[in-house]
Design a protein around this ligand. Sequence first.
Ligand code: G
Ligand code: G
Ligand code: NA
Ligand code: MN
Length: 253
Amino acid sequence: FSLRNELRHAFHNDQFLVYYQPIMHAETNEIDAVEALVRWNHPIWGIVLPNEFIPLAEESGLIIEIGEWVLKTACKKLRSWHDAGYMVKASVNLSLIQFSQIDLIDIITSTLQENDLDPKWLTLEITETAMLEQKEKVLKKIAQIRALGIQISLDDFGAGFASFKNLKDIKPDILKIDKSLVKDIPSEQDSTEIVASIIQLAHRLSIQVVAEGIETKEQKELLLKLECERMQGYLFSKPVSEENIEKVLERTI
Ligand code: G
Ligand code: G
Ligand code: NA
Ligand code: MN
């Protein structure tokens, strides 16, 4: 008995959930996309957050099954939202480990087909740490994914390595500024300058920007001034269950 075995058992016994958090066009308050965020609904502990179990799932390889399930769950939901008239995009996180899955591209393609979804409605979020190993192989798969018409988002930018070389090599469609940088704006001058510079850098490379972790109106106002169009954070909505995200989507129609 170990946490690793418990995690596998939990996954195969339907203890996993997908929560959704909107990514907003901040100026118009329209929802651009919803990010799928996995949760473990433990019978005793309650909702366990991914930071507590994703590293373990990556170590054991279970992340391949979890990732595939999250993708399929989110795409099925996206189909039902589109059928109801909520034309939003879905953003799904992809772990480095998933790039070693031989049929990753086939699974993504068939999931979109099964749900009759144009690839333009799907964004895949990757983190830069995912680039450290087997860079060439990962870059090749990213290129294949983009060739399908799916957007690539570089997540947590500014929190880890934030390497310009990686930014150039990946050439994502979207850059997500990490919440650790957003946290201290506008009160801290240096953070503000850094965030302003990242937005400019992205725009100069024709990369769209999403700022994460917006909790206050002051953050939102400053980011709008800095021409950051899209924002995600508690100010707009926390990550919520599939029932509750439908209520959030309803407000926008
Ligand atoms: O939902 P929360 O904000 O607690 O998520 C914490 C971290 O877990 C984020 O970095 C997020 O990208 C990651 N995460 C959430 N869901 C998934 C998932 O389905 N797959 C992977 N690989 N990471 C996820
Ligand atoms: O993929 P990523 O690791 O960036 O996932 C986003 C994480 O940030 C999730 O764990 C989510 O719960 C969290 N999050 C989303 N919005 C906010 C926010 O406004 N403030 C804080 N502190 N965390 C947030
Ligand atoms: Na993410
Ligand atoms: Mn992030």
